[in-house]
Structures are given as structure tokens and as C-alpha cells.
Design a protein around this ligand. Sequence first.
Ligand code: SF4
Length: 213
Amino acid sequence: MTTRPNPARRACHLQPDILVYTIEDRLYVNLTDRCTLACHFCPKHNDSKEVHDYNLTLSQRPDQQLIIDQIGDPTRYQEVVFCGFGEPTLRLKALIAVATEVKTKGGKTRLNTDGLANLFHKKDVVPLLASCIDAMSISLNAQNEEVYKQHCAPSLKNSHFAVLAFLELAAHAIPDVTATAIDGLEGVDILACKKLAEDRGAKFKARTLDVVG
Ligand code: SF4
């Protein structure tokens, strides 16, 4: 017996991965959907695959040249933002290659990160990032390890300490560094987070829920 293919399912399957997407006048780059955190407030841990109506699920690791081609002329956008549905620094080589290309073509770059790159790669990667990233937004998320674990469920040990160390290094190497935390999450002391950020030379921004970074 043969079964007829369901056209709707087939169309969905054939939908190409979204590698870049626009929000207002910014272009976002979806480098990976992997992450060492499992934040309870993250859409992908709440049965959603979408951010701003874009389905950011990736069927495979995106090719960096394909991303560069899809970005095209980066000066058409206010910024090219590395964000997506996972942690961009997990794909450090591709991130550096694409960001360097954007800078070479006269564009501006921003990295939205969990601040765990040095812990994950076991070395200081801030100088590499500083060579091609103009602005960085770092998810601090909590004032201490206990609250951080409660909301972000890190898989790497000492993650909160590592975010703070990364924040300080980044703030001294990159002109525009902002730490963020989500206002209203249980146990999160926004003023304490702000002080931690400012003591390390970074700016601070309280975020609202449902915005992936
Ligand atoms: S919110 Fe960001 S850092 Fe947290 S799990 Fe989702 S993609 Fe990873």
C-alpha cells in the first residue's frame, strides 16, 4: 500500500533555514540554535520555535559563506546583530569570519551573547571579538550564582562567575558593552545586577520577558 505525501508537511520540510532576518532596521544573523544554557524564559524551552514570527530552527549548521552572501551590503542596515536561537560564540570561527566581512564592507556589528565564550573555549577570546565587534550585549541575568542557576540552568560549572569575568574583559576592550537582566523574574535584583555591570565598566539595561538574547 502506498500513502500519498501530505503537501503541507512536505512544504514545511522544504522550507529553507532562516539564516538572516530583519527586525526594524537591523539585520539578525542566526548562526546556531545550540546553547550551554537552558533558560526557563527562552522561547525554545517553552515549546516555541519562533522569534518575531521567524522560525529559527536550523536543520544543519549554516555555512558562513552562505550567511555572508545573504547579508549582502551591510551598510543597508543600522547594525548586523549576531543573535538567533542559540549562542553565537559557540561557532566562534564562523562568527569572527562573518563579522570581519561585515566590518570590511563598512557595516556595524553587535553581538548578543551569554558571556560564556571564555569558559566554553577555555581561553580569552575577547581580543578576537574586539577586532570585529562594535557593540556587545551580555546576558548577566542574575546577581549571583544561585539565582543564575535557578533561571538559566547552566551546563558549565561556575558560569555566573565566568559571565562577570567576561563582562569586565569585554568592557575594557569593546567601546559599547551592555549587561542585561530581566526585570520581574523571581529573585532577580535588578539594582544589584546594574551595580555589578557598572563596577566592571559596562552599561546596564533591564530587559522585558520574551525577547531572546
Ligand atoms: S535565552 Fe538565549 S542564552 Fe538562554 S537558552 Fe535561550 S538562546 Fe540560550
